[in-house]
Design a protein around this ligand. Structure first.
Ligand SMILES: [Zn+2]
Length: 379
C-alpha cells in the first residue's frame, strides 16, 4: 500500500514538473487596479490547489459540527433511557428539539406525551406515538389518530401496522386486510414471513366470514387458513378430504386453534370428529374435554376430568346431568381457558390478536409453547 502511494506521489510530481516545464510563459493577472505578471503554470496550479483546499475545509468543519451533534444526541438519549429526565429535557432542548424526530422524546422526558397530537408535523410520528399509548384506554381515539398519521404520511409503516391491529380488533377485517397488503409490500425482508402469517390469517378469516369458498388465500401459514380449508371442503361436500387438511394443521402446531375455531363455527361434522380422534394426543386435554361436551360425548368428557381445570370439570358435571342448563350456560360465559402469553389476559376462545395488548398469534390453551416453537409473536 505504501509503495503504491509512493508511486502515485512520484507520478503526480513528475506530471507537475512536466506541466510547469511546458507552461512557463507569463500571464497578466488583474484585479481592480492591481495587476501582476505570473507564470501560467503557477496560476493554474494555484487555482487547482485552492479548489481542493476550500471543499476540504468546509467538509472538515461540517464533520466536526455533525460529530458534536451526534455526541449531544447520544448524551440526551442516555439521560432519557437511564431515568435522568430533567437532564434529557435540557439536552433535547439544546438540540433544537422542535424537530419532528426528537419532539416525541422531549415530551416523553417531560412526561407530556399527550401534548403531541396538537403539533402540525408532517411525518405522523406524533399521532402514532400517542395512539400507541391510548391503545387500551380509548381504541376509537387511537384509530382516529392513526388515520390522521397516515393522512399526513402514507409511508409511516409503524402507523400502518398499528392501524391494521386496531381494525382487526374492531372486526373491520376488510380494512385491516387492505392495509396488510400494503405492509407486505413495504416491510423489511427479515419481517416478511411474520407479516405473511398475519395476511394469511386476515385473508382466510375474511373469506370464511363472507362464506367465499371459490377463492384461496394467497398465504397458508396460519390456523385460520386451515380452518378456512376445512369449512370450505365441508361446504362443497368434500368432507372426506378434511382429514388430510386437519392432519397437516396439527403437524404444523395449529391443532388446538383449528379445533377451537371449528367448534365456535359449529362445524364439528363427523369427519372433523374422526380427525379429532386420530390426533387427540396432540390436542390440549382442556380443549378436548370442552369439545366432548359440545359433541355430547359426556363419557369421554368424564374420563378427562382429572386432567382439566376445576371450572371445566364442574361444567362436565352440569352438562352431563342435564339438570342445570341455565347454570351451565352461565359458567360457559365465565370459562376462559385461552391465555395470551404476552399480557396474560384470559380468553374464552382462540383469537388471532389479543384485544388487550394487540399482539398477534399469542393466545394459547394448555401448555404455552417453548421459545421458537410456533411462537409467532410480532413486534
Ligand atoms: Zn395479550
Amino acid at each position: 500500500m505504501f509503495l503504491l502511494k509512493l508511486l502515485l506521489f512520484v507520478l503526480v510530481l513528475a506530471l507537475l514538473i512536466a506541466f510547469s516545464y511546458f507552461n512557463t510563459e507569463t500571464v497578466n493577472v488583474k484585479f481592480l487596479d492591481y495587476s501582476l505578471s505570473l507564470p501560467l503554470f503557477s496560476v493554474i496550479l494555484g487555482s487547482v490547489i485552492l479548489g481542493g483546499v476550500v471543499p476540504t475545509l468546509v467538509y472538515t468543519l461540517k464533520n466536526a459540527y455533525l460529530g458534536n451533534r451526534i455526541y449531544k444526541i447520544e448524551e440526551a438519549l442516555k439521560a432519557l433511557w437511564t431515568g435522568f429526565n430533567l437532564k434529557a429535557v435540557s439536552a433535547f432542548r439544546k438540540l433544537s428539539a422542535k424537530d419532528e424526530v426528537y419532539y416525541p422524546l422531549l415530551l416523553m422526558a417531560k412526561g407530556e406525551e399527550q401534548k403531541l397530537q396538537n403539533r402540525s408535523y408532517t411525518l405522523g410520528i406524533a399521532e402514532t406515538f400517542t395512539a400507541e399509548g391510548l391503545l387500551r384506554k380509548d381504541i376509537k381515539k387511537a384509530t382516529e389518530l392513526l388515520e390522521q398519521a397516515l393522512g399526513k404520511n402514507w409511508n409511516n409503516l409503524r402507523a400502518k401496522k398499528r392501524l391494521r391491529d386496531l381494525y382487526a380488533l374492531q372486526g373491520e377485517i376488510e380494512k385491516a386486510l387492505s392495509l396488510q397488503r400494503e405492509v407486505i409490500r413495504e416491510v423489511e425482508k427479515a419481517f416478511r414471513k411474520e407479516e405473511e402469517r398475519v395476511l394469511s390469517a386476515l385473508e382466510s378469516y375474511h373469506l370464511l366470514r363472507s362464506e367465499t369458498f371459490d377463492r384461496e388465500p394467497k398465504y397458508k401459514d396460519s390456523a385460520e387458513y386451515y380452518c378456512f380449508r376445512v369449512v370450505s371442503l365441508l361446504s362443497e361436500g368434500e368432507g372426506r378430504k378434511t382429514k388430510k387438511v386437519i392432519k397437516e394443521a396439527v403437524e404444523k402446531g395449529f391443532g388446538n386453534q383449528v379445533f377451537d375455531m371449528l367448534m365456535q363455527a359449529k362445524r364439528l361434522e363427523p369427519e372433523v370428529v374422526e380427525a379429532l380422534e386420530e390426533s387427540k394426543e396432540l390436542i390440549s386435554k382442556e380443549l378436548l374435554c370442552r369439545l366432548y361436551i359440545r359433541l355430547g360425548m359426556f363419557d369421554r368428557a368424564q374420563e378427562l376430568k382429572p386432567h382439566v381445570s376445576k371450572t371445566l370439570s364442574f361444567m362436565v358435571e352440569l352438562a352431563s346431568s342435564h339438570t342445570s342448563k341455565e347454570l351451565f350456560e352461565h359458567l360457559k360465559e365465565l370459562y376462559r381457558p385461552w391465555r395470551c402469553s404476552s399480557c396474560g389476559k384470559e380468553h374464552g376462545r382462540y383469537k388471532f390478536i389479543c384485544d388487550n395488548c394487540a399482539e398477534w398469534f399469542n393466545i394459547y390453551i394448555g401448555e404455552t409453547p417453548q421459545e421458537g416453537e410456533y411462537d409467532y409473536r410480532l413486534r
